[in-house]
Design a protein around this ligand. Structure first.
Ligand code: SF4
Length: 178
């Protein structure tokens, strides 16, 4: 990874950390892990005096921790991939190459992979996909049952991802119905 790419990823992770601090959370199977990571480095000193003291970190410490996380970030078109553990990568399992050193973004199934997160700016990609799938469904003849079932699964998955993004980010959006 060159310096420009590393800087860009660090800025993305920093932006998500700031979002976390404002209550705008990640969604997706990897959301809990990322949120726990952010919580572990959050050094907000505005704590209740009676609470256990938090470790207070300066900006440089925080940036160092965030840049370590940025080193494992891969950018998918509709998700972030936090490639911390190849053995947990769904794409590598599906490809039969569990020890590979890089994720296979082209085979990403981010709705099911424990290393994937979805963020607010991914929502338009999912919304467009849901809309397109809905249009295809509307044009399918009733006899195309196999194709219809496949598209419905695809649509339902996109709708679930959109709902989870809206919930995590506190966005209220109209329901998309098939
Ligand atoms: S399935 Fe997607 S999120 Fe999971 S490791 Fe592969 S590319 Fe990353």
């Amino acid at each position: 990874m060159n310096k420009l790419e590393a800087d860009q990823k660090l800025q993305l992770v920093l932006a998500e950390f700031r979002n976390y601090q404002q209550g705008i959370l990640p969604a997706g199977p990897g959301a809990r892990s990322l949120t726990e990571f952010f919580a572990s480095i959050d050094a907000d000193p505005n704590t209740d005096a009676t609470a256990a003291p938090k470790i207070q970190r300066n900006d440089r410490d925080i940036l160092n921790l965030l840049s370590k996380r940025a080193n494992v970030l891969h950018l998918g078109p509709a998700n972030y991939c936090w490639f911390t553990d190849p053995s947990r990568a769904l794409c590598l399992k599906l490809a039969g190459t569990p020890a590979a050193e890089r994720p296979m973004i082209g085979m990403c199934d981010s709705a099911r992979c424990p290393q994937a997160t979805h963020h607010r700016h991914h929502r338009p990609v999912w919304a467009e996909h849901a809309e397109r799938t809905k249009t295809f469904l509307g044009h399918l003849g009733k006899t195309r049952t196999t194709e219809r079932a496949r598209l419905q699964v695809d649509y339902d998955r996109a709708a679930r991802v959109i709902t989870s993004i809206d919930t995590a980010t506190g966005t209220s959006a109209p329901e998309e119905q098939a």
